[in-house]
Design a protein around this ligand. Structure first.
Ligand code: GMT
Length: 377
C-alpha cells in the first residue's frame, strides 16, 4: 500500500481532542506515513523527534486595522500552502469549528484534490452546536467534508439532533498508547503524598470546567471518606477550582484531598488509584476514563454522552444519572469494600481497553478510511 501524506489540524495546547489528534499522527508516522501538523503551536504531546513528522506553524499578524486577528483565514491560507507544497493526500481536522470550515476554504484556494476528513470531538457539537451564531458554519463544515467521524455513538446522535447534517457520520472510537498507559510501579508516590497503606485512593482528572461537575466528585468522595480511610487525588485545573477548594474546606476534608494541578505521566497516578470518578454532565467520550481503565482502575461515571460506551455498568465500573451522588457514593463504597468485585472490574477494565479501544485497531480503521477515500478518486 502506498504511504500517504497526511495533514493534521487540531487545538495543540490542551484537551482530549489535541491528545487524540497528536497520538494519531505519531502512530500513523510509526506506520510510515508522512505527517504534517498545521497548528498554531507544536502539539504538546509531540514530545519526541520523528523524521517523518513536520510542523507548519500558523502565524497571525496583528495589524491595527483588525479589531480581531484573522486566525481562521491565516489557518486556511497555511493549509492551502501545505496542501500545494507537500501534495497532501488527506487533510484530517479535529473539531468542526473553525478547522473543518478552514480546511474547505484552504482546499478551494488550491487546485488540488486533497480529501478532507473531519473528526467531531464533543464540545464542537454539544456546546457550539446550540449557538445560533455557529450552527450553519458547523453544518457546512460537516457536509462539505469528504468524511466525518465522531468519537462515540452518542455524539453521532447528538449531532443529528442538534445540527441535522445531510451526511453520514462514522464512529471511530478514541484510543491511547498502550505502551504508556499500563499499570506501572509507582508506589513511591504513596509515600511522597503521605497516603497510608490502609487508605483507598480515588482519582479525578479534568480541566475543571463546569460540565465536569467536580463538586459532585467532592460529594461522592465525602461519602466514601466518612466510611473508610481514603484520599482523593485531583489532577488538572480550571474555572471551577475555587468552588472546589471552598467545598473541600466547608466539608472539613482538606487533609484528605491532594490538589496536584496539571500533571504529565498520569499513568503513575492511575497506578496508585483504586477508583476513578468521571461525573460530567456532558462528555462525548471520556478519554481520562479510558486511560485509567488501561492502568486497571475501575471507574464510576455518569450516563452522559458517550461515557456508557466506555464505562460498562457492572462490568468495569458503574454509571448513574448525572447528579445522583448518593447512588454513586454507595456504589463506590461497595466496590472499594468488595475485593473480589474490585479485582474482577479491574481486570475487565484492561480487557475492555484491549478489545474495544486498542490503538492498533483504531489506527487501522482510520487508515482504511483514508485509503477508501483515495480510491474513490
Ligand atoms: O473534555 C474537554 O473539555 C476537552 C474536550 C476537547 O476538545 O479536547 O474533550 C472532548 O474530546 C475528547 C477527545 O475526543 C473526549 O474524550 C471528551 O469527552 C470531549 N469532551 C466533552 O465532550 C466535554
Amino acid at each position: 500500500m502506498k504511504k500517504m501524506k497526511i495533514g493534521i489540524t487540531c487545538y495543540p495546547t490542551v484537551g482530549g481532542s489535541g491528545v487524540i489528534a497528536t497520538e494519531l499522527g505519531k502512530l500513523l508516522a510509526e506506520k510510515g506515513h508522512q505527517i504534517h501538523f498545521i497548528t498554531s503551536s507544536i502539539p504538546f504531546r509531540l514530545n519526541k523527534m520523528y523524521s517523518n513528522i513536520y510542523f507548519h506553524q500558523v502565524e497571525v499578524n496583528h495589524y491595527s486595522v483588525f479589531q480581531y486577528p484573522p486566525y481562521d483565514i491565516a489557518l486556511a491560507n497555511k493549509m492551502a500552502d501545505v496542501i500545494e507544497r507537500e501534495n497532501l493526500d488527506i487533510l484530517h481536522v479535529h473539531y468542526a469549528i473553525p478547522h473543518a470550515v478552514c480546511a474547505i476554504m484552504g482546499k478551494q484556494m488550491t487546485n488540488k484534490d486533497v480529501k478532507i476528513v473531519t473528526t467531531l470531538h464533543g464540545t464542537d457539537i454539544t456546546v457550539l452546536g446550540v449557538d445560533d451564531s455557529l450552527t450553519k458554519a458547523i453544518k457546512f463544515g460537516i457536509e462539505k467534508s469528504d468524511r466525518v467521524t465522531a468519537v462515540s455513538k452518542a455524539l453521532v446522535n447528538q449531532t443529528k439532533e442538534l445540527i441535522a447534517p445531510e451526511k453520514e457520520i462514522d464512529v471511530l472510537y478514541n484510543f491511547l498508547d498502550e505502551r504508556i498507559y499500563r499499570k506501572v510501579q509507582s508506589d513511591y508516590l504513596k509515600k511522597d503524598y503521605d497516603i497510608k497503606d490502609d487508605e483507598k485512593v480515588i482519582i479525578h482528572v479534568s480541566n475543571f470546567r463546569k460540565v465536569k461537575r467536580v463538586l459532585d466528585v467532592i460529594s461522592v468522595f465525602a461519602h466514601i471518606r466518612e466510611r473508610m480511610p481514603a484520599k482523593l487525588i485531583l489532577a488538572g485545573d480550571g474555572p471551577e477550582m475555587s468552588a472546589v477548594i471552598k467545598k473541600v474546606d466547608e466539608l472539613g476534608i482538606k487533609q484528605s484531598v491532594l490538589f496536584l494541578g496539571k500533571q504529565d505521566n498520569l499513568e503513575e497516578l492511575y497506578s496508585i488509584s483504586d477508583l476513578m470518578l468521571l461525573l460530567s454532565e456532558k462528555e462525548s467520550f471520556g478519554l481520562v476514563a479510558l486511560e485509567a481503565m488501561a492502568c486497571g482502575v475501575p471507574c464510576i461515571g455518569t450516563d452522559a454522552g458517550g461515557i456508557p460506551e466506555v464505562i460498562m455498568h457492572n462490568k468495569n465500573g458503574f454509571t448513574f444519572p448525572v447528579g445522583d451522588t448518593v447512588s454513586m457514593g454507595e456504589a463506590a463504597e461497595k466496590l472499594l469494600r468488595d475485593e473480589e468485585m474490585h479485582s474482577a472490574f479491574s481486570r475487565q477494565a484492561v480487557v475492555t481497553v484491549q478489545n474495544d479501544f486498542h490503538s492498533s485497531k483504531i489506527i487501522r480503521q482510520y487508515e482504511a478510511m483514508y485509503y477508501e477515500l483515495l480510491n474513490e478518486g
